[in-house]
Design a protein around this ligand. Structure first.
Ligand code: PLP
Length: 375
């Protein structure tokens, strides 16, 4: 049976350039980049070349990139790093309920900072009202929502951050590699990215920290990454991640036009099925991302039926799937609980061919129609 991978937002398949880089690194001795000997120095040289390459792909300086173990760590490091560098008590941190738990729970756990909830609209896009935002805080905003795919208005976020004298942290875990950004001109102060979301290996990511941003490492250790993130640096992961980011961003406009056209076909097909409701913004969303809810059909049942047909999809967020709890994002955007437990996410990328997509589309249509007729 043919299998079709529609869970790229949970983890993107390893890109060919990333696989080759990883194999090359594993074939050679990859010394500790902190060692004085020639293997260590060779690793150090590769590390700094990658930092430079990532910086030029993201439009920033090399010394503004801090390598981490992935998206969750990058989000923690951004929030806790700013907090550790801020001496006054009673500062403000703002985040919407549609944020990923890596951001939401971290902001909520910081008891010496006051927490302010940012409202979201029906598509899960944060509504930044500067009149409601206290000045001198940290605004946390995801670039694209992992569950419903909606893109946030980062230009407006920058404007509001400027007007309220706040720092702006962007969780770009879902958009990096797909939605290009120029960090220097963006006004973003901190940005989190994760390699396995754009076709690099698991367990590696990076955090951008704009020069001059108050930041102090919240953890102690060997002081790697210019004292900002301790721990032996995963050079082979970084080399492979850099190759993936470069491959992903190459010719991105053309790739995105194709993905958007496929995405719209799937949205149209699902919208025609009784009992199905598309979640998130219909057009202002990630190119290869479609999400929906089905009335009175549990997500686990739908995912098992799709898998049996050959389509591997997800239920909005890899983190909350399997817990049987309605998604907090869907509740925040006003989806009724009976629908919120049935969240489905179809996410795909450059790897899918038009023919594969067509075959998968037919399978998705048949399976969802059958499930919806049973409700
Ligand atoms: N932020 C967002 C928006 C995500 O979608 C995810 C993972 O799905 C994370 C953060 C955490 O990233 P990681 O899985 O690399 O820890």
């Amino acid at each position: 049976m043919d299998r079709f991978y529609f869970d790229a937002s949970a983890s993107y398949p390893l890109r060919e350039s990333a696989r080759q880089s990883l194999c090359r690194c594993y074939q050679d001795i990859c010394g500790n980049s902190g060692s004085i000997h020639s293997y260590g120095q060779a690793s150090k040289t590769s590390l700094e070349q990658c930092r430079q390459q990532i910086a030029s792909l993201m439009g920033c300086y090399a010394d503004e990139i801090v390598f981490t173990s992935g998206g969750t760590e990058s989000c923690h490091l951004a929030i806790r790093g700013v907090m550790a560098a801020t001496e006054e008590d009673r500062r403000w941190v703002s985040a919407s309920l549609a944020e990923h738990p890596a951001v939401l729970y971290t902001t909520q756990a910081c008891d010496h900072w006051q927490h302010q909830v940012i409202d979201v609209d029906k598509s899960a896009s944060p509504i930044l009202d500067e009149a409601k935002l206290p000045s001198g805080g940290l605004i946390c905003m995801m670039a694209a929502n992992n569950e419903v795919g909606t893109l946030s208005d980062l230009e407006r976020a920058h404007l509001v951050a400027q007007r309220t004298n706040s720092l702006l942290f962007v969780d770009a875990v879902q958009s990096t590699g797909t939605i290009p950004v120029n960090l220097d001109s963006s006004g973003i102060d901190l940005l989190a990215a994760s390699s396995h979301k754009f076709g690099g290996p698991l367990g590696i990511g990076f955090l951008y920290v704009r020069r001059g941003t108050p930041f102090k490492s919240p953890s102690t250790g060997g002081g790697q990454e210019a004292g900002r993130r301790s721990g032996t640096v995963n050079v082979s992961g970084i080399v492979s991640m850099t190759a993936a980011l470069s491959e992903s961003l190459n010719d991105r406009k053309t790739k995105n036009s194709r993905l958007i056209s496929l995405r719209n076909q799937l949205i149209d097909a699902l919208q025609r099925i009784d009992g199905v409701q598309i979640t998130g913004h219909l057009t202002n969303r990630l190119p290869g991302h479609v999400s929906c809810v089905i009335e009175n059909v549990a997500a686990d049942v739908a995912l098992a039926a799709l898998d049996a047909s050959g389509v591997c999809a997800g239920s909005g967020s890899a983190c909350s799937s399997g817990r049987g709890k309605p998604s907090s994002v869907l509740l925040a955007i006003g989806i009724e609980p009976k629908y919120a437990a049935s969240a489905l996410r179809f996410s795909f990328g450059d790897y899918i061919t038009d023919t594969q997509f067509e075959q998968a589309l037919a399978l998705i249509q048949t399976t969802i129609q059958r499930l919806s007729a049973l409700r």
